[in-house]
Design a protein around this ligand. Structure first.
Ligand code: ADP
Ligand code: MG
Ligand code: ZN
Length: 630
């Protein structure tokens, strides 16, 4: 059961319960009502049998009405015509009362016992249940229309696709930068949407579906909007997860509805974001398949087969998990055109930065190239975010334009976290300083390590006490064995410095993240990259998420004995790297102390300054990796 359904049911029962309770109260009120409703004056008091008897005997009763069932009576007293009510003792036939009444010659009448009138009987037998049904209906209707509810429960499966008239997306290809190959491929789609005749005349078939594949934030949604914007056609956008909603059959009917609407508006674009939500491999995941999702997917496949090649509707879908998509989706005739939208490279980042700098004020001195250099691995969305952060910082500092300082701070902020107030506790600060100097020194003195960008002991949000950062390298991902080993050593440098300087007992938990990174890197080397004495063998594959992927368990094709050897190998690598890191600190102890003193003083050192100090003590090896200067 989906969580949506659960929430709906829970809400439903809560409403039903309150309704039932309130109705029960209503009914009990209704059945007690008649008694007081019928006795016309409120002045009727109930008195005891004995009291009545005494009144009769003393001849103070003017008139009495006995109920024929002998259970109650109503009497009028002589003094002021007061009316009283009595519950009688039926068991003895009220002989004593009857006797007294006769003796005193009281006017006695017998009448039918008081009963709820017909109206009230009708009310309680018919009206209340009807009310119940009515209220239940109301509750159902209200729930189904409520935001967050299951949607149009009673008007099943109306598509929520937004119909936006042509210029509505307002986005053109010039707004999308740095992904030129993708743009080129899509240019053709635009041409088709604009001049379909040119293609039909020569009998060319246009792809029905285009699948944009790429990590989040690289501009897939933006591209789809730009196609619609360039071609000036309507843009129907729907997210995959919107298909998969409550009640079996709604997703499928939604698909039908959407395609119908699109055909009526052709030429146009249907954009399905996060298509992996519906298009996942059928019959996979925990607990087997999901009927609803699979029906939706089937419907989508049918629809895509159904419309003729040149109907003018082009389906653009986006995903960052092409590996989990159902193979039927990728068959020719469906999403046969697949376009990679990858992280932008150095040039791409420049282009994107230029697009987003258009509406921002930058100081003259700022070079877009230098920002692009320092933002390896950033997606388009990250770059947009970076410039925005910088603009916010500039505004906060009452500056006219964004300066170099804001850019640098924004980069740290986006990559590492918000900077916090410098620490006050001196002993703690000292430990952190040694830790970071340990990283930075290893980075500087190891031949195959990346170039130090900066080292700081200003804490960041998320428990980061400080950090030593390297200049990102464009070719990351193609690292050599010696580079990975040096990276492990650098990562262990922090803990090594702590141990060398403060001893075994004083090491802190500040290295948790470092150790995790080391574990990841060493395991990668041994089990996936074939970079150990265990030889070439991809012993493990990258494990996908269980919830999305195809396999429940990562497939480990090795024996327990092999597992032992892997563990030993991993430990061996980490250990030898740790020894190197410790030796670096021990051999350069004076330098370390000096660096820590300076760092405690200035709190941040950039790579250039750091290297200058190091050079006074020892020689810095020539870096094999291209030292990017900026
Ligand atoms: P995705 O759909 O791939 O996750 P989006 O298209 O939603 O990413 O991108 C989010 C934002 O990031 C966009 O609105 C845009 O401001 C910015 N952006 C991403 N990629 C680019 C790009 N290539 N060129 C310009 N801006 C981009
Ligand atoms: Mg998107
Ligand atoms: Zn560290």
């Amino acid at each position: 059961m989906s969580s949506g359904k659960k929430i709906f049911l829970a809400k439903f029962w809560r409403r039903v319960k309150t309704t039932v309770v309130s109705l029960a109260i209503l009914q009990s009120v209704a059945t007690t009502l008649p008694v007081s409703a019928q006795t016309d004056t409120e002045s009727v008091v109930t008195i005891s049998y004995t009291e009545l008897l005494a009144n009769v005997k003393e001849n103070r009763v003017q008139k009495i009405d006995l109920e024929s069932n002998g259970l109650a009576a109503e009497a009028v007293l002589k003094d002021g015509g007061r009316r009283v009510r009595v519950d009688l003792i039926a068991r003895d036939g009220n002989t004593e009362l009857m006797k007294a009444l006769r003796e005193n010659g009281v006017d006695t009448a017998v009448k039918a016992p008081q009963q709820p009138t017909l109206i009230w009987q009708l009310v309680s037998t018919f009206f209340v249940p009807m009310l119940l049904i009515f209220i239940l209906l109301m509750v159902l209707r209200r729930l189904s229309n409520a935001p967050g509810g299951p949607g149009q429960t009673l008007s099943f499966g109306k598509t929520k696709a937004r119909f936006s008239p042509e210029a509505k997306t307002g986005i053109m290809f010039e707004d999308v930068a740095g992904i030129d190959t993708a743009k080129e491929e899509l240019q053709e789609v635009v041409t088709f949407l604009k001049q379909p005749d040119r293609f039909t005349a020569v009998g060319a078939k246009i792809p029905k579906g285009v699948l944009l594949i790429g990590p989040p934030g690289t501009g897939k949604t933006l591209l789809a909007k730009a196609i619609a914007g360039e071609a000036g056609v309507p843009f129907f956008s729907l997210s995959g997860s919107e298909f998969v909603e409550m009640f079996v059959g709604v997703g499928a009917s939604r698909v039908r509805d959407l395609f119908q609407k699109a055909k009526d508006n052709a030429p146009c674009i249907i954009f399905i974001d996060e298509i992996d939500a519906v298009g996942r491999q059928r019959g996979s995941g925990i607990g087997g398949g999901n009927d609803e999702r699979e029906q939706t997917l089937n419907q989508m496949l049918t629809e895509m087969d159904g419309f003729q090649g040149n109907s003018g509707v082009i389906v653009v879908a986006a995903t960052n998990r092409p590996d989990v998509l159902d193979s039927a989706l990728l068959r020719p005739g469906r999403f046969d055109r697949q376009i990679m939208v990858d992280y932008p490279d150095y040039k791409g980042r420049q282009e994107i930065l230029k697009v987003h700098a258009r509406n921002k004020k930058l100081e003259e001195s700022i070079s877009i190239e230098s920002i692009a250099r320092r933002t390896t691995g950033f997606a388009g969305a990250d770059l947009a975010n970076l410039l925005n952060e910088a603009a916010i910082l500039a505004a906060r500092r009452y500056k006219e334009a964004i300066g170099e300082l804001e850019i640098a701070d924004a980069i740290d902020r986006v990559t590492i976290g918000l900077s916090m107030k410098p620490m006050l506790d001196n002993s703690k600060k000292r430990i952190i300083a040694y830790h970071e100097v340990g990283h930075a020194l290893a980075m500087t003195l190891l031949k195959n390590a990346s170039l130090l960008d900066k080292v700081t002991i200003i804490p960041r949000s998320g428990g980061v006490g400080g950090f030593a950062k390297w200049v990102p390298n464009e070719e990351e991902g193609l690292e050599s064995r010696s580079q990975i080993l040096d990276r492990i050593t650098v990562t262990l440098g922090g803990r090594a410095a702590e141990e060398v300087v403060f001893g075994d007992d004083e090491i802190t938990k500040g290295a948790v993240g470092d150790l995790q990174e080391v574990a990841r890197l060493t395991r990668l080397m041994v089990t996936q990259l074939g970079m150990s004495s265990l030889g070439l063998g991809a012993l493990e594959s990258e494990s996908g998420e269980v919830f999305l992927g195809r396999n429940m368990m990562p497939q480990n094709d090795y024996s327990i004995k092999m597992g032992d050897r892997i563990d030993r190998e991993i430990r061996q690598i980490a250990k030898s790297c740790y020894e190197i890191a410790k030796r670096l600190v021990a051999e350069n102890r004076d330098l370390c102390d000096r660096l820590v003193d300076i760092l405690l003083d200035v709190e941040t050192l950039d790579g250039e300054e750091f290297r200058k100090i190091v050079e006074e003590y020892t020689q810095i090896p020539e870096k094999k990796t291209v030292a990017v200067k900026f």
